[in-house]
Design a protein around this ligand. Sequence first.
Ligand code: 2AM
Length: 190
Amino acid sequence: MRLFLALELPDEVRAALGDLQRRLRAECRGWRWVAPGGIHLTLRFLGEVAAEDDRRQRAAWRAAAAAFPQLRLRLGGIGVCPGPSRPRVLWAGIEDRSERPRLGELAAALESAARGAGFAPEERPFRPHLTLARAEREGRATAPPAGGGPAAAEFPCGRVTLFRSELLPTGARYTVLEEFPLAGSGGEVG
Ligand code: 2AM
């Protein structure tokens, strides 16, 4: 199974991102748009995991989440990576003045749990982003001007979610396998 750990977004935040996608779709060509219901914030990509290892690892994810206080975030501006001349991914960020630094701490706590569970270290730095679209062909998509993101209120994040990702011809299908509440939370997302 292909697995990853992520934060789910409250419905109103996904709706704001869906509105943003509609606006960008009119301005930008050459993108495959992610269904708003599937937009999430990846904290740790796990990759292929055997079912028996997954069962064992879940205790580590549960413990790491339970030790980390819940946080509040706010959507930030949009951008593309790796850069505007050859955009591959179009994303919305997390506002710097929200609890974004704590998001890095949560990802680091999960990274540490992952290493404890036997995963090879993640070499790439953690760059929190919400993927809105992927280029149909690399280098052919038009990038929107960076900056202004969706207007949206601060939202609470109360749990880490373990997702299964299946790569289908119609796009990725994400399935929630288990939710791990953060400290001081009933596990709510909003
Ligand atoms: P992306 O949104 O930037 O594509 C499920 O595929 C999630 O895991 C997505 O959020 C995706 O990031 C991320 N992901 C997929 N493959 C990955 C990899 N090899 N390393 C890190 N993250 C990955």
